[in-house]
Write a protein that binds this ligand. Structure first.
Ligand SMILES: *[C@@H]1O[C@H](CO)[C@@H](O)[C@H](O)[C@H]1NC(C)=O
Ligand SMILES: *[C@@H]1O[C@H](CO)[C@@H](O)[C@H](O)[C@H]1NC(C)=O
Ligand SMILES: *[C@@H]1O[C@H](CO)[C@@H](O)[C@H](O)[C@H]1NC(C)=O
Ligand SMILES: *[C@@H]1O[C@H](CO)[C@@H](O)[C@H](O)[C@H]1NC(C)=O
Ligand SMILES: *[C@@H]1O[C@H](CO)[C@@H](O)[C@H](O)[C@H]1NC(C)=O
Ligand SMILES: *[C@@H]1O[C@H](CO)[C@@H](O)[C@H](O)[C@H]1NC(C)=O
Ligand SMILES: *[C@@H]1O[C@H](CO)[C@@H](O)[C@H](O)[C@H]1NC(C)=O
Ligand SMILES: *[C@@H]1O[C@H](CO)[C@@H](O)[C@H](O)[C@H]1NC(C)=O
Ligand SMILES: *[C@@H]1O[C@H](CO)[C@@H](O)[C@H](O)[C@H]1NC(C)=O
Length: 462
């Protein structure tokens, strides 16, 4: 009695087709190549987290994957998350010059036009559009500043520029307000830097590649020095005449909108308040002259009103206006000192006559005419807010991992392919030769019926 295991084996017979072996080899090689390629695309990559400052570039670097069928690569497409910039956060542009505070974010309702406020700006590297400076304030102070600041300059000025901008996102237009604050001698300035160039308020500068902003910083710090020096002269004159001087004040400038030449003294409407401290909690307010409205630096200067800092303050405001718009990449601004050589020549022509207290302005220390050769071309280029994005990018698996993954996946697919090939061949064989499934031993076996059928069949096929 022979032993019989539970497991069995199939009896095999060679296929009676000439094409079967070449078909298997060629098909095998072709499918191996195809499967390796597909497996490489679908499982050769891992997604890894990366921090990027330019999500558009990060996503397009992975672009070559997009030429492949998306059903294979959908899981390994590079993606980046938008950045979330909360209201009240500080930000700067990719020109790395001035710093801004985000104060409001809003949208208009598509149908009703209602104003909808948002707690943060959902930002995806959008180019800043249609930014406008709505006003610029110069807040002047003397005795209220720290002694440290006094060492630099008796008077100080804190500038605030109010800006409205827009970005176009996939969810429509989003508007936001920014406030820019500039103070050349802040209370954090170290006493050891007195008499030096401080470079406050600008994150970086480059004389050749970003000449417009280099000149913007030069104009702002130089006229900051000029205005505060003028205030000091006004105080000296009052002291000399034994009169009480100004303690603090503010001058506000608003673009008029009807003048297109920034040189024009009517370009900015002006208003102001100055306070004279008379001791014993009484004070005078200097304001509101009987001049035709709107007041301008030109009319105030022509009337020689106290304190006569009007022209310098106006130029400081215009310098700030131009620098902010350049930093925000607004090439379409009405008139910009920093994109026009003749305007820059005009506004820097008095540099050699400007005096200031115990500090140096800069980085430029002479007029545009004399430094033109050392600075690069003036230009206003588009800006985006500088921030970082969390991205997922495809990364090739390590060689060992990759080979193993592909071999395993290839084997599975090749195996299925082989089975399929065999099933098709067997089916075809079954149709051509109904006897295909009879084993040879059985063919010669007694059993007349079977033999008769077989012979009949052979006769039929031949
Ligand atoms: C800032 O980003 C914009 C948009 O990508 C680009 O056109 C511009 O050149 C960038 N500016 C600087 C200074 O890199
Ligand atoms: C980056 O891509 C986003 C979304 O496609 C687009 O809104 C934005 O303008 C692009 N930014 C730049 C600088 O091209
Ligand atoms: C750009 O802004 C100005 C002032 O904020 C506005 O009057 C103008 O309509 C805006 N332009 C576009 C195209 O939105
Ligand atoms: C944005 O600033 C402008 C000008 O300062 C102001 O008129 C407007 O009300 C501000 N927007 C919001 C939502 O506060
Ligand atoms: C300005 O930029 C150029 C080009 O990127 C660089 O070679 C040069 O060193 C920069 N200058 C300064 C002062 O950083
Ligand atoms: C100095 O003060 C006197 C009196 O207040 C005034 O008349 C004169 O114009 C002032 N001089 C200057 C240069 O401001
Ligand atoms: C602009 O200036 C003109 C002339 O000085 C004046 O009539 C007009 O009211 C000013 N516009 C604004 C918005 O201040
Ligand atoms: C330069 O100084 C002259 C003479 O003091 C003055 O008339 C002119 O307005 C000044 N230019 C600027 C841009 O301040
Ligand atoms: C301007 O600065 C340069 C180099 O920093 C110096 O050589 C030059 O003497 C300065 N010019 C003036 C007028 O201070």
């Amino acid at each position: 009695m022979k032993y019989e295991s539970f497991f069995t084996y199939g009896v095999s017979r060679p296929f009676p087709f000439r094409w079967f072996t070449p078909g298997a080899i060629i098909g095998g090689i072709v499918s191996l190549a195809l499967f390796t390629f597909l497996n490489f695309a679908s499982s050769g990559y891992n997604l890894v987290v990366q921090i990027s400052s330019d999500p558009n570039a990060t996503v397009s670097e992975g672009n070559w994957l997009q030429h492949w069928p998306s059903f294979l690569t959908a899981k390994v497409q590079p993606t980046c998350q938008p950045a979330n910039l909360p209201v009240d956060s500080q930000l700067f542009t990719n020109q790395t010059a001035l710093t801004y505070t985000l104060t409001n974010v809003w949208k208009y309702h598509e149908d009703t036009g209602d104003h909808i406020a948002y707690p943060s700006l959902n930002y995806y590297n959008n180019v800043l559009e249609n930014c406008s400076v709505t006003s610029i304030e110069i807040n002047l102070e003397a005795m209220d500043r720290t002694a440290n600041q006094f060492a630099y300059s008796e008077w100080g000025a804190l500038l605030r520029s109010y800006v409205t901008c827009r970005i176009t996102t996939s969810a429509g237009m989003v508007f936001f307000n920014l406030t820019q604050t500039y103070e050349y001698v802040p209370n954090t300035a170290s006493y050891t830097d007195v008499y030096k160039f401080l470079g406050t308020g600008f994150l970086s500068r480059n004389q050749t590649t970003r000449a417009s902003l280099w000149w913007g910083e030069t104009l702002m710090s130089t006229y900051w020095g000029a205005v505060t020096w003028e205030m000091q002269l006004e105080r000296i004159n009052k002291t000399r005449n034994s009169e009480r001087g100004i303690r603090k004040g503010t001058v506000s400038f608003t673009p008029n909108g009807t003048f297109s030449d920034i040189k024009d003294l009517n370009f900015l409407d002006t208003d102001y308040r100055f306070i004279v401290d008379k001791g014993s909690a009484s004070f005078d307010v200097i304001c509101c002259p009987s001049l035709p409205l709107p007041l301008t630096a030109g009319s105030l200067n022509a009337a020689n009103l106290y304190p006569n800092i009007w022209i310098e303050a106006d130029t400081l405001a215009k310098s700030t206006y131009s620098t902010v718009l350049t930093d925000l990449g607004q090439a379409a601004a009405v008139s910009n000192i920093l994109s026009d050589e003749s305007l820059l020549t005009y506004f820097t022509s008095n540099f050699s006559r400007i005096k200031m207290a115990n500090f140096k302005a800069g980085p430029g220390n002479a007029s545009f005419d004399s430094l033109k050769a050392t600075t690069g071309p003036l230009s206003v280029i588009p800006s985006v807010i500088a921030t970082t994005y969390l991205c997922q990018v495809p990364e090739l698996k390590s060689a060992g991992n990759l080979i193993l993954a592909i071999i395993v996946a290839d084997l599975v697919l090749l195996q299925s392919m082989w089975q399929l090939y065999k099933i098709v061949a067997e089916w075809y064989l079954g149709r051509r030769q109904p006897t295909a499934n009879y084993c040879e031993g059985c063919v010669g076996a007694p059993g007349e019926e079977l033999t008769r059928i077989l012979y009949a069949n052979d006769a039929y096929t031949t």
